[in-house]
Every structure is written in structure tokens, then in C-alpha cells.
Design a protein around this ligand. Sequence first.
Ligand code: TRP
Length: 445
Amino acid sequence: MAVILAMAGSAIGLGNIWRFPYMLGEYGGFAFVLIYIVATLLVSLPVFVAEVVIGRRSRCNARDAFVRLAPGHSGFWRITGLLPVLIPTIIASYYSVIGGWSLEYLVKAFQGVFSSLSPEQSAGIFSGFISSTWTPIVMHLLFFALCAVVVALGVKSGIELFSKFTMPVLFVLVVFIAIYSICLPGAWGGVEYIFKPDLSRMTPRTFAYAMGQSFYSLSLGMGAIITYGSYVHKNENILASSTGTAISDLTFALLAALAIMPAVFAAGIEPGAGPGLIFQSIPFIFSKMSIDMPWISGVVAVMFFLTVVVAAMTSCISLIEVVTAYLVERYHISRGKAVAAVSLVCGSAGILCSLSFGPLAGFTIGGKSIFDLFDWVASNILLLLMSLITVVFVGFVMKKDDVRDEFTNSGSLSLNRKVFPAVYFLIKWVAPVAIAVIFLTNFIL
Ligand code: TRP
């Protein structure tokens, strides 16, 4: 049970609250949501199962798991095993920039800044903040340092215990904010934007980005779930825990969208505004609330950003942990040194990402800012690549009997026995074909 919570803790984070709403705003509204849900159930869930199977079968870290399960081909698997080191390094760099923004907004909430603001003023606070040079960098480094200290001290269990309380609180707050947001004048357009069928906005890009988002949100394709899978107890039901995590992650994402999009419409913000979307719209919600419900709006704002920061930390910690564990095992250095090395690399790369919203905004590669490039390479290219390798590994390299044995707890779970052929088919044929096609879409279109 604790492992399921840990998996949910890694999965639920800024990907749901910050990334999902702006992605759906940028890439097609309802069409994006539809593909996202289908991709999560038909592709990501099987990939999730595949990662847990690899982890629990091998009982070791992400890099060595492949080598251990495929002794004959260790050379190839040793190389691919480097992806689980490279990907989290890239993601942690820019993830902590957004973590820093959340921290800054927490400070602002404490100061009571979010009251009686017009939509223009909320947007102005955001653009003033990210285009400045120093504050976002300091906040990024502070956020990263907080996560790094937790990883270095190895107090993961502490933070997981902590997140057991914050996750339900965050859930209640998001539901509350969603209801309030839907009731704002002019908000209905946002609900329609999410749920009203408008397939004309569906483009090949919608597929690529929705699938990337689905993997990102479930922490797939970089060994995090393989690592957690190795801690899953032999008696635990893989089907139930994977489905539980996927459904709760999906629910969180949809609720966050329902909290943000109606407010975006009520405030007249452009839904395709990009990464700043939630930071522009949330202050507007709290400002309205400060008029309608002055006695609670301040507390809700502080609690909201506090829980967002904790959710972001549990995810970022899982990213830093994967790289740290690898450095410690591979080079036999102390945990502290490993964390220092990761911090140096991610901290510096994150500074560049942060500057790409301000002084370096004009610097683009292939039309993408540094921040967008990091995000795109990691989520649309590398996560898909590693997920493809993972499903091919389980479908073609591992023995079918071993996979069945692991999935059904040696045949003792009858429902798992019944659905195994379907799940295996999804892992072996549907997932690889879907991922390969969508992977190519990134380059062709
Ligand atoms: N899933 C997390 C989120 O939604 C982010 C994350 C943590 C992640 N670990 C990951 C993304 C591994 C990709 C791979 O915020």
C-alpha cells in the first residue's frame, strides 16, 4: 500500500496542476483531453504495468534491471540504461524552475498579494516576475536545494509521510477551487473548451503532445516506476496498483483543468498562453474570492500553494533520487557528493531555463526557447523512446511465462489471469506501434 502512495506521489505533481492545463489550452482543448484519456488507458497503463513488472522481477535499480533480466544482450541494455540517468537530469533542471515559481507564489500568498486584483494586474504580477533576472533564479535554486537536502539526508520516508497528508488536502482544495471557478461569471466557456467535442482542433501534434503528457504525468519512461516497482511486495496486485495510480493521476489532471480553464475564460486570458497559464489565472480566482469570501480566501491561497510546492517536491525528489542512486552505486561516492554533483548540473541548466523567460527570451533553437527545448526533448522524444524500449523489452525479450507469473502473482489472482492476454497484447503490439507512430510524428509534422 505504501508503495502505491509513493507511486502516486511521484506521479501527481506539477505535471497535473501546471502542465496539463496549459498543454490542453495550447494543443486543442477537448481533442487533447480525449486523446489524453485514450492514450492513458490504452498505452500508458500497459507501459506502467511493464515498468512495474521489470522492477519487481529484477528487484534492482532501473539501469541494471534490463541487464539482469536479459543477460545475453547486456551491451545494448547497458547503453539504453543511460537514458534513465539523462532524462531525469533534464527534467529536474526545468521542473525546479516551475517549482521556484510556485515557491514565489507561496510567499506572495503569505504576503496577501492576491486580493482585489483585476485580470490585468494578475497577469502583470506574473510577467513582471518571470521577466526579471534574479528572483526566479533565486527561487529555482532555493526549491532545488530543498529537494536536494531531502535526498541527501535520505529522509524520503519523512516526505512521503508528509505527502500522505498534503495530497488529500490538495485534492479537496482543487475540488473547491474548481467549483468556485466554474461559478465565476463568464466561466462556462472554459468548461465547454474542455468537454465540448470540437474535433477540428485535432492535429497530428495534438496526438504527439497528448501522449507525451500522459507519460510525463505518470512518471513513465525513465525508470522511476521501475525503481518503485522493485519495492512492490510480492503479494501486491500489479493490475490494481497500476490502475489505481493511473486513475487518480487522471482525475487530478482533469480536476486541475476544471479549476484553471473556467477562470482563464472568466478573466479573458488566452487559453494558449503557455507555461504561465496557471500563474496568471489562479491569482485572479483568489482575488475574486477575497471579495466573495474574504474570511477564507487568504488561507485557501496559502494552503493551495503550500500543497502545490509539496506535490512538486515529491516529484522532483523522485527525479533527483534516480540519478543520485545511480552515481552512488556506479562510482561508489557518498550520497552527499552525488547530490552535490546533480545539484551543480541541474542548478546551472535550470538557470538557463529560467533566463529563457526573461533576458534570454529572444534566444531560440528551432523556434523553441531553452525551456521549451528541454521540455520537448525530454517529454516528446526521450520519454517516448525509453517507453518504447521498455515495452519491446517486456513483449519480446522477457519470456511470456515470466511476465504472466509476475502479473498474476504466480497464477494466484484470477482476474489478473483473465485480463492477462489483453494486457499482454497491449504491451506487445498496441503500445509499441502507437508510440513509434507518434514518436515519428514529432519529426515529420
Ligand atoms: N509525473 C510528475 C508530475 O506529473 C513529474 C515526474 C516525476 C516525472 N518523475 C518523473 C516525469 C519521471 C517523467 C518521468 O509532475
